[in-house]
Unconditional design. Structure first.
Length: 163
């Protein structure tokens, strides 16, 4: 039995009439990835999550802390950049994270932040903030699936056993 789709979905072509900066290109790429996943795909593949977050955060010049708000099937409800900081730190407030999760009726979250230095190694402060947020969200039955640090590559807390 031949299982190839006789009518494959045509691939879209994108044309610009001007040169794009690297930031504009990354921004548009992240929008396209977000649109594809918001159509109902679940964020069950860790590499897809890393790719999405790499496009969203790698080009940022300051540290940005964000959250992927997911439903009970791990489909994205919303991606939010919650806090912006300096070149090596961003303030993170548990109250605001819990508020965003409750506003969207999220069942699970994936945290992420970038390291503008390009080195994605989690700091002790990153580990402490993640644990504090995890404890706050557990009180309202919201699961923390991962925390991804984005630099030149990505580091997953879940894959490293840090959650």
């Amino acid at each position: 039995m031949h299982t190839d789709n006789p009518n494959p979905k045509p691939k879209k072509n994108y044309v610009t009439t001007r040169r794009l900066t690297e930031t504009e290109l990354f921004s548009r790429a992240s929008q396209l990835i977000e649109e594809r996943f918001q159509r109902g795909d679940a964020y069950c593949n860790p590499q897809n999550v890393k790719d999405f977050l790499q496009y969203k955060l790698a080009h940022q010049e300051r540290e940005v802390f964000s959250v992927m708000l997911l439903d009970s099937q791990h489909r994205m409800i919303e991606f939010r950049e919650l806090f912006q900081g300096t070149i090596n730190a961003a303030p993170v407030y548990a109250r605001e994270v819990v508020k965003a999760a409750l506003e969207t009726n999220a069942a699970a979250v994936i945290f992420s932040h970038n390291h503008p230095s390009g080195i994605p190694e989690p700091s002790e402060a990153d580990k402490r903030v993640t644990e504090r947020l995890k404890q706050a969200l557990e009180l309202v039955d919201i699961t923390v699936l991962d925390h991804i640090v984005v630099g030149e590559t990505t580091v997953s807390f879940a894959e490293r056993g840090l959650l």
